[in-house]
Design a protein around this ligand. Structure first.
Ligand code: SF4
Length: 497
């Protein structure tokens, strides 16, 4: 019998505290389908492909002309919930949207079922459901205002503001109400929404988070956070939703609107480094190829004499392949990841905590012994995992350990839909590169430069400080949208330091 996950909130911070998870986390993935029989099944597959964007919980809303709107929200993986025939039978109809979440603003680290999206609202002109990827940076301000005017919030999520703003709009149609609502919202949003007859996709004016459009046969369409979500349902990739664009899809037609003031886009550069799946296409570029190119740039910027290039699996793998290619130093799988770590130890006991990173990663001793090893990782956040990995490599008999990091030092928190520790917990916010090298206890430590990262994503001239093409705030402190709520709480911007 299939073991169902517990129907209680679970707290991923325990995993983090145990030093088993020292990554930034994308907080959500969104997916929607219109024009197929049993659209919810397609959404479940799409969410499964987007599971790397959020593993704490998922939800699906479907609409059927006879049975109306139905929804299901569950904790845990999509495969453990939305594969149950008895559950999927409750979600009939040709139109459905879904959402996977890590934990968004509101209940950091602990998800409550009421915070699991999609959110649903019943309006005079019919129901609507929305699924949001990103983070609303003025949500607290909006929430206060909405509550003062009588709105009753059901969740602690910033995304629920959109539903309440729609409820207060005087526009006659749901897409028009969404435009009204989203014009009040600041920050990052890629939204997939649905009415009884329409599938809607919107990206914020800067296009911080991704959203793509695909086509199935016979006038059916798909919206997905990433192209890997299209691949799993056999949809053809048509295009990205443009920054600041809203698409409304019904009766086999896609209409495009530009509800916001046009601005230069600032797509999240970290999607290229880590968040997106390597088999996705972002901005016309293969994520895998970009990551390999990052490794090539890193080898040019920070060469070192060594015997072996090893990725910290899995996210460091393409960059390690690029580093090895450029440097001519052999590539090897010096660290093996336990694929089945999953949620098993999500609430580790003291004994398990002491095992630390060994639960997740193991060293390939036969390969490592006696070698000078270059470890390639995607990022260093708190440095907890990096220290433990270094110890494992030395225990296995390595002669030297050199870290090469496929992103610049992460010195600033993200306020646009990525779970980041407070600034003072970020290693790079409090230490110089040399201090970090000492702290990690490695022979050398080098990060790719911001210019090098821009070159790897296709900007041959590097970063233009006057008009950067990407959001890179977690590296540069240059926030493309002022994080209003955080500023109200005393957060200091770089310019004010
Ligand atoms: S701050 Fe960093 S993680 Fe957040 S959107 Fe910008 S580049 Fe991406």
């Amino acid at each position: 019998m299939r073991q169902m996950p517990p129907a209680t909130p679970f707290d991923t911070s325990a995993l983090r505290d145990a030093g088993l998870d020292d990554k930034l986390h994308e907080e959500c993935g969104v997916f929607g389908v219109i024009g197929v029989k049993d659209a919810a099944n397609f959404v479940a597959l799409g969410l499964h492909a987007l599971q790397h964007r959020g593993q704490e919980a998922g939800g699906i809303v479907a609409h059927d002309p006879e049975q109306g709107f139905n929804s299901a929200r569950r904790f845990g993986y999509v495969r453990d919930n939305f594969t149950s025939a008895s559950l999927m039978e409750t979600l009939p109809g040709p139109l459905a949207i879904g959402h996977v979440r890590y934990s968004t603003a509101g209940s950091k680290g602990t998800t409550a079922i009421r915070d699991v999206q999609p959110f649903f609202g019943e309006f005079a002109m019919g129901g609507a459901a929305i699924a949001h990827n990103g983070n609303i940076t003025n949500a607290e301000e909006l929430r206060r205002e909405l509550i003062e005017r009588g709105s009753i919030f059901q969740s602690s999520s910033d995304s629920e503001c959109i539903i309440h703003l729609m409820a207060r709009s005087l526009q006659k149609t749901i897409p028009e109400r969404m435009k009204d609502a989203l014009r009040r919202v600041e920050g990052a949003f890629s939204v997939v929404a649905m009415t009884r007859t329409k599938l809607i996709g919107v990206r914020d004016p800067l296009g911080v988070r991704p959203l793509v459009l695909g086509a199935l046969s016979d006038g059916a369409f798909v919206l997905s956070s990433e192209t890997c979500g299209l691949d799993i349902v056999g949809a053809e990739f048509l295009r990205e939703i443009d920054p600041g664009e809203m698409v409304v899809i019904s009766h086999g037609k896609v209409e495009s609107f530009r509800p916001f003031e046009q601005r230069a886009s600032r797509f999240c550069i970290f999607e290229h480094v880590y968040f997106s799946r390597p088999d996705s296409i972002l901005g016309g570029r293969s994520v895998y190829e970009t990551r390999r190119q990052i490794g090539i740039e890193l080898a040019r910027e920070a060469p070192v004499d060594a015997d072996l290039v090893c990725p910290v699996p899995d996210s460091g793998t393409p960059a390690a392949i690029g580093f090895s290619f450029e440097s001519g130093i052999p590539y090897g799988m010096g660290i093996i990841r336990n694929q089945y770590m999953g949620r098993t130890f999500i609430e580790p006991t003291e004994q398990i905590r002491n095992m630390g990173v060994r639960l997740k990663l193991n060293v390939n001793r036969a390969l490592i012994r006696g070698k000078r090893v270059i470890l390639v990782d995607d990022s260093v956040v708190r440095g907890t995992t990096s220290r433990k990995i270094k110890e494992m490599i030395l225990d296995a008999g390595a002669r030297e350990v050199h870290f090469r990091i496929a992103s610049p030092p992460t010195a600033w928190p993200c306020f646009y839909g990525v779970d980041t520790p407070q600034r003072e917990k970020l290693l790079a916010a409090t230490m110089s590169e040399d201090e970090m090298r000492h702290h990690l206890g490695v022979d050398s430590l080098k990060f790719i430069s911001l210019d090098g990262l821009y070159r790897a994503v296709g900007e041959a001239a590097g970063r233009d400080p006057a008009a950067p093409r990407y959001c890179d705030a977690c590296f540069s402190g240059d926030y493309p949208v002022a994080p209003s709520d955080m500023l109200n709480k005393g957060f200091t911007l770089k310019a004010a330091e």
